[in-house]
Design a protein. Structure first.
Length: 64
């Protein structure tokens, strides 16, 4: 079966506060999925999203 090679990619955004703070008692890490245009945005994407574990808006960075 041939895979669809389009311009848009599905990416995962992960909370930087939850990932970097290991001593915090949060039960997990906030993650969002979205798409980006690979031609227009070649670098890693960073967006401010709501983290349900931190209970505030934090920076979410693209992970592989």
């Amino acid at each position: 079966m041939a895979s669809k090679k389009g311009v848009r990619l599905i990416i995962t955004l992960e909370c930087t506060e939850c990932r970097s703070n290991s001593d915090k008692r949060s039960p997990g890490v906030s993650r969002y999925t979205t798409t980006k245009n690979r031609r227009n945005t070649t670098g890693r994407l960073e967006l401010k999203k709501f983290c349900s574990y931190c209970n505030r808006h934090t920076v979410h960075k693209e992970i592989k």
